[in-house]
Design a binder for this molecule. Structure first.
Ligand code: ATP
Ligand code: MG
Length: 571
């Protein structure tokens, strides 16, 4: 490729709306352009990177026995109704109607589609295991599309689905994918960490997220340095914190005028925050009230609450009217005196407290001396871990203090068990002629998000610093003055030699000033720049600059190709 023919419209400035550096740089370097909120075109340089990531993914999926297919993006509503997800997926699903009024969704994911494909064709255990994948656009009407390709509404995903005859087989498929994902992100040149994850709405068994470590990432991870435990903050299990036993004093109401936050209550009553119980009120999609209680200094974990309350799919902040109807009082709440049909979830640590402060379900009134194991009606409450991990919490495996860091979820692997095969009645005959449900797994990688994450991790004030494996080009050859015929001719030769050696090379044959071209090369982030000047031509040497380190090497004409190949290996 020659730069004079390349469509790479670089910008002078960062676009105003871009917040993340990866988004800013992708726009400025001319990799993507916005069509609508969260919907982008990929320009040649951006697309080359996407294609390289896809190639790595394909190689690793195929190496584990994956077979590539392509399913439709337009999915009939009936399939989603059969699985029950049409009603529960929520407003993220983009829906449309055809001219006959039949409903469709633009695929946000393909469990239903692939299960229906398999159920009509695969009938025997002899046809298993099966791993099928595709790389395709997915559609999710994200509530806050932002950060460019990081969270878009139309995005490229690789999704693989595994079908096995039993749980053991499913776990083998899971391990294969876990290992393949580790190789993919390593080959992409990323610093990442697989972390234990919640299964989310997708349901099923266990799961890991592959998280690229980055301070601006949307995911928060808890990890332990001494035993290697790592989990997303949503998932991180927490041990119960026991309090020293105290004599249980009698429950008593006290006036707490205007103290409707835990901070106000603790200041007003002069008690440590660890002696207070905090309430958070939600309603689910059906309007059912869900009250959650944690220690005053703890935060609730909504995912854990959803997992604890059967049938709850999404949480919304509760309306005051719903709270009053249940016998509660917003800002002054405890489980004591709440009506029976309310879902009350109490964090396990709360049940260990003695003589604490909690709301009295009356305006401006709190209870003191609340001892939950005595005062809460055990039959009416769900007791479990519902709190959010924080730095310093004990590791659930070894007890050492957990650390927190941030990252970008680039991929996730799940075991699904027979959740979808059962819902869609997808069965096969086992060795004994018995009908069984498939044991499934699903495995996704965000291709565009992986590219964005690579930039988040690899950039400086001049621009992108691509890891070699996913750079749009590995080497750029720049004649300092392309108007000079000798320089241009010499550069062409080097360009041809490198291409012949299998190196993905671009020739910057633009007649612009050298400084302009160098800036663009740095912005776009080619891993190696070769500069051709009158001096190097005279000396018959080749000047090689490494984008990442700024190091400059001068090689002899007869050895430079080998040297460049060697240098690329480490980039
Ligand atoms: P998130 O929690 O970030 O919304 P998710 O857990 O819903 O993502 P999955 O269903 O696990 O996403 O999808 C698999 C992969 O697809 C994710 O790991 C991520 O890399 C990518 N992905 C998901 N949503 C988006 C999006 N809106 N834009 C770009 N990539 C996405
Ligand atoms: Mg996910």
């Amino acid at each position: 490729m020659r730069a004079t023919q390349l469509y790479a419209p670089t910008l002078r400035e960062f676009p105003a709306e871009a917040e993340l550096i990866s988004h800013k740089l992708m726009m400025k370097a001319g990799l993507i352009r916005k069509a609508a909120g969260g919907i982008y075109s990929y320009l040649p340089l951006g697309w080359r990177t996407i294609r390289k990531i896809e190639k790595i993914i394909r190689e690793e999926m195929d190496a584990e026995g994956g077979q590539e297919i392509m399913m439709p993006i337009t999915q009939p509503a009936e399939l989603w109704k059969e699985s029950g997800r049409w009603a529960v997926y929520g407003p993220e699903m983009m829906k449309l109607e055809d001219r006959h009024g039949r409903e469709f969704a633009l695929g946000p994911t393909h469990e239903e589609m692939i299960t229906s494909l398999i159920r009509s064709e695969v009938k025997s255990y002899k046809q298993l295991p099966l791993m099928l994948y595709q790389i395709q656009n997915k559609y999710r009407d994200e509530i806050r599309p932002r950060f460019g390709l990081m969270r878009s509404r139309e995005f490229i995903m690789k999704d693989l689905y595994s079908f096995d005859k039993d749980i053991d087989g499913m776990n083998v498929s899971y391990d294969k994918m876990y290992n393949a994902y580790s190789r993919i992100f390593t080959r992409c040149g990323l610093k990442f960490r697989p972390v234990e994850a919640d299964n989310g709405a997708i349901g099923g068994g266990h799961s890991h997220e592959f998280t690229v470590l980055a301070p601006n990432g949307e995911s928060s991870i808890a990890y332990c340095e001494s035993c290697n435990y790592a989990a997303s903050d949503e998932k991180a299990e927490l041990k119960v914190i026991t309090a020293e036993a105290e004599e249980m004093k009698p429950l008593e109401k006290v006036s707490t005028p205007n103290c409707h936050t835990i901070e106000m209550v603790k200041d007003y009553l002069q008690v440590p925050i660890e002696k207070t119980i905090k309430a958070v009120a939600f309603q689910d999609d059906d309007g059912r009230l869900i009250l959650a209680f944690v220690r005053g200094d703890h935060e609730v974990n909504e995912i854990k609450i959803l997992n604890a309350v059967e049938g709850a799919l999404h949480l919304h902040m509760a309306e005051d009217s719903a709270i009053s109807a249940a016998g509660g009082c917003a800002g002054f709440m405890s489980p004591i005196g709440i009506k029976d049909d309310t879902a009350i979830v109490v964090d396990s640590t709360v049940m260990e407290m003695y003589n604490a402060v909690a709301g009295a379900n009356e305006v401006d009134v709190h209870y003191i001396n609340v001892t939950p194991k005595r005062d809460f009606d055990a039959k009416k409450i769900i007791v479990t871990d519902i709190r959010m991990v924080k730095e310093g919490d004990p590791c659930p495996h070894c007890g050492k203090a957990l650390k927190m860091t941030r990252g970008i979820e680039v991929g996730q692997v799940f075991t699904l068990g027979n959740k979808y095969s059962k819902a869609l009645n997808a069965t096969f005959l086992d060795e004994n002629g018995k009908e069984k449900y498939f044991e499934m797994g699903c495995y996704g990688i965000g291709v565009g998000r992986t590219a964005a994450a690579a930039i988040e991790q690899n950039n400086d004030e001049h621009g992108i610093i691509w890891p070699r494996a996913i750079a749009p080009f590995e080497v750029v050859v720049v004649p300092v003055n392309a108007k000079n015929a000798a320089q241009l001719e010499y550069s062409e030769k080097i360009y041809e030699e490198l291409k012949a050696a299998g190196i993905d090379t671009i020739l910057d044959d633009r007649k612009d000033r050298a400084g302009v071209k160098f800036n663009d090369c740095d912005l776009i982030g080619y891993p190696i720049r070769i500069t051709i000047s009158p001096k190097t031509i005279d000396e018959n040497t080749i000047e090689v600059k490494i984008r990442k380190t700024g190091e400059v090497y001068t090689f002899n004409r007869d050895e430079y190709k080998d040297k460049v190949c060697e240098l690329l290996k480490d980039l």
